[in-house]
Design a protein around this ligand. Structure first.
Ligand SMILES: Nc1ncnc2c1ncn2[C@@H]1O[C@H](COP(=O)(O)OP(=O)(O)O)[C@@H](O)[C@H]1O
Ligand SMILES: [Mg+2]
Length: 217
């Protein structure tokens, strides 16, 4: 088991947002989370990714309780074990696709040449060998999102957390991205937790979860 959530609760002020979430995710699975706007989906992903903290409950990652980690351990966890993909790509506008993908590897302590070579390999895998030296504004929405996936994967994370990754793409690009997610699972044994409104994607996943009003239904 890669990830286990036990009775996760979170409030913002007096407003309960997550009301006791339990979740177990095995390695190399694609899990989708659907639910109406405001249900707590983004909050849950941010807690799993250690960008936010829960009020009570336990999260075990590879068997270790995340509550035992200090801030430095959490930062290492985010850099090496987790990849984030957002609805809007969040690429750094001043940097090329290649630089955007390389940066997390440099932060992880890789030599520049190694980081660059790994980033080139990934960009080729994503069919972006001709777009490596372009900046995000020079790329299409589909290309930007593929760069964002490459950036999320550069340090070979165990888990990708994706928050509506195809929400901003047209049908063709969304379908291509869906295929890519399952290829990544098969080729890299990556585990995915994907928040999505896309019924086609949700139907393809190994496990489909629904959150309504802070509760898994
Ligand atoms: N930082 C915050 N401060 C206060 N309320 C928040 C904050 N983040 C989210 N919320 C509230 O928590 C609820 C769940 O939000 P969110 O997790 O973003 O839902 P979803 O991603 O399912 O649309 C919403 O009512 C939202 O307004
Ligand atoms: Mg959200």
């Amino acid at each position: 088991m890669l990830l286990k959530l036990v009775n996760i609760k979170k409030s913002y002020g007096l407003v309960p947002v997550l009301k006791g979430i339990n979740l177990s995710v095995d390695t190399s699975k694609v899990v989708s989370i659907v639910g109406p706007s405001g249900a707590g989906k983004t909050t849950l992903l941010q807690i799993i990714g250690s960008l936010d903290t829960c009020d009570s409950g336990d999260i075990f990652f590879e068997g270790v309780n995340m509550a035992t980690w200090n801030n430095k351990q959490k930062a290492t966890f985010r850099n090496k074990k987790i990849g984030f993909v957002f609805q809007f790509h969040n690429l750094l506008p001043e940097f090329t696709a290649l630089e955007n993908v390389s940066i997390p590897a440099l932060i992880a302590g890789n030599e520049k040449e190694q980081a660059t070579n790994n980033a080139i390999e990934l960009l080729k895998y994503f069919g972006l060998e001709n777009r490596m030296y372009n900046k995000p504004s020079e790329l299409s929405g589909g290309e930007q999102q593929r760069v964002a996936f490459a950036r999320a994967l550069i340090n070979k994370p165990a888990l990708i957390l994706a928050d509506e990754p195809t929400g901003n793409l047209d049908t063709h690009n969304a379908t291509e991205m869906h295929k890519l997610i399952f290829n990544l699972r098969d080729d890299f044994k990556t585990t995915f937790i994907i928040v999505t409104h896309n019924k086609e994607l949700a139907a393809m996943t190994d496990e489909q979860l629904t959150i309504v009003d802070g509760v898994m239904v």
